[in-house]
Design a protein around this ligand. Structure first.
Ligand code: 6PG
Length: 501
């Protein structure tokens, strides 16, 4: 079947004929049209498209740079339909309608610039997906702006890095449910699978996809922070070598603690530097970068407000790590040297394992509780059981724990994982270990912000009394901010000291 595709030219038409028409018509064989288009052929974009092609979809990728499009075509699996083009016009003309296309470009202005380039080329009903790590408020603004002119815009979180994109990522779509249904067969085909179930599902209205991905990244920060604290205490406190650290983390990465982050950590401790033949990890500067999603999670947590202190501590520690020159100055003043931890190696490693387990559960609990509240507050209708299910495979925070969390969220409205009886039992069994680890860290001058924040959260959340009655009394004392009573309804104010209003 043949069809005419109308292509509006952005650049000045070269021939007099097209100059008169201002529009170019291309005769296209319907069969040669592609199922899915990608804007941005960086590693993530190319890998995701190649993954789609491997699953039988005919794909087209756009990148300004001809070298990238050629490399993309060259890396296609034999027998798959993969095309690279260097103009948006050509890509749009070669997509089946309604068009389904995704951009994988850096968050912020690049997304807006792609949208403004696309606007004159699209038709009503076309679906445009932002698969990057955009801030959810930007996504919401773009959804509404494009809805008004008849396009579906979806924010979809994609996790799993370059390898995940190629072999099966975790996909977190949100927004227009009808549009989701159109792209679902493609997303389901390419997503990671756990027990045959694809790690993708509709995660709620509006910018829910990007919101869920933001919180995913917050949890990612928290767990990475916890692992780094265990490393610090084992390396400097117990003097474990990199080979031994490899063994410990590889051992932890099994059974109910099995996770992607532990798996890659074990591998890191084996890697030698090409330049020096020393272990590479020892050559990496101790200054952690951040693209922003962890900070956004903390900012949103404060705004809701929902306490997520383990995530906050991870963001804070990355910031503190950047004060590298000041840290050196301070180390000289305080003569800080890591102290040896005088506890039986095996015993302390076991305590660390249990403490890490405990604090990881707390990190997930904080993130999931934040999603539960945000779902209502921001009217996103985020299905928590589905979120947990989607995170079980493909993503950076995938872990065997999520199988257990899935059961906890099944058929019940759980405000917080800590309110589930099996989780409570498990945390109670491990609380002595984290208490010991946190005390050992404190007594030996090891920063352990993530572990401490997790234990504090646990201690505060499970208390039916907190000393905040005193805070309220103080507020009322100096600012007449009023207080409530435990024994009567109403709002009260007291003159706490004669002579004070
Ligand atoms: C993922 C990752 C991915 C990326 C983060 C890293 O889920 O695949 O989270 O999105 O690696 O952007 O974030 P930072 O640069 O802030 O550590």
């Amino acid at each position: 079947m043949l069809r005419f595709a109308k292509v509006k030219l952005k650049e000045k038409p070269s021939s007099p004929f097209s100059l008169i028409l201002q529009t170019q018509y291309i005769l296209i064989m319907e069969e040669s049209l592609h199922d899915f288009g990608m804007i941005g052929l960086g590693t993530m974009g190319s890998n995701l498209l190649l993954n789609m092609a491997d699953h039988g979809f005919s794909v087209i990728g756009y990148d300004k740079n001809p070298e990238k499009t050629s490399a993309f075509e060259a890396s296609a699996t034999k027998g798959t339909t993969v095309k690279g083009v260097n103009t948006l016009e050509e890509m749009i003309a070669k997509l089946k309608v309604p068009r389904k296309l995704m951009m994988l470009v850096p968050a912020g202005n690049p997304v807006d610039s792609v949208i403004s380039d696309l606007k004159p080329l699209l038709q009503k009903g076309d679906i445009v997906i932002d698969g990057g790590n955009s801030h959810y408020t930007d996504t919401l603004k773009r959804i509404n702006e494009l809805k008004d002119i008849g396009f579906h815009f979806m924010g979809i979180g994609i996790s799993g890095g370059e390898e995940g994109a190629r072999k099966g990522p975790s996909i977190m779509p949100g927004g227009d449910e009808e549009a989701y249904k159109e792209v679902a067969p493609i997303l389901k085909a390419v997503a990671a699978k756990v027990n045959g179930e694809p790690c993708v599902g509709y995660l709620g209205r509006d910018a829910a996809g990007h919101y869920v991905k933001m919180v995913h990244n917050g949890i990612e920060y928290a767990i990475m922070q916890l692992i780094s604290e265990c490393y610090d205490m084992m390396h400097h406190g117990l003097q474990l070598t990199n080979d031994e650290l490899h063994e410990v983390f590889a051992e932890w990465d099994s059974g109910d603690l099995k996770s992607f982050l532990l798996e890659i950590t074990a591998i890191i401790f084996e890697k030698k530097d090409d330049q020096t033949q020393f272990y590479l990890v020892d050559k990496v500067l101790d200054k952690a970068g951040a693209k922003g999603t962890g900070k956004w999670t903390s900012q949103e947590g404060l705004d809701l407000p929902m306490p997520i202190p383990t995530i906050d501590s991870a963001v804070m520690m990355r910031n503190l790590s950047s004060l590298i020159e000041e840290r050196k100055e301070a180390a000289a003043i305080y003569k800080t040297v890591p102290k040896a931890i005088e506890i039986d190696k095996k015993e302390f490693i076991n305590q660390l394992r249990e403490a890490f387990y405990f604090a990881s559960v707390i990190s997930y609990a904080q993130g999931l509780a934040m999603l539960t509240v945000a779902s209502d507050e921001l009217n996103m209708d985020i299905p928590l059981p589905e979120v947990v299910s989607v995170w079980r495979g493909g993503c950076i925070i995938r872990s065997a724990m999520l199988d257990q969390f899935k059961k906890c969220y099944q058929d019940k409205d759980l405000k917080n994982l800590l309110l589930d009886e099996t989780i409570a039992k498990m945390l109670m069994q491990k609380e002595t270990a984290i208490q010991k680890v946190v005390s050992t860290a404190a007594l030996n001058n090891y920063p352990s912000a993530g572990m401490m924040a997790s234990l504090n959260y646990y201690n505060a959340y499970r208390r039916n009394f907190l000393p905040t009655n005193l805070v309220q009394a103080q507020r009322d004392f100096f600012g007449a901010h009023t207080y409530q009573r435990v024994d009567q309804e109403g709002i009260f104010h007291t003159v706490w000291e004669s002579g004070t209003k």
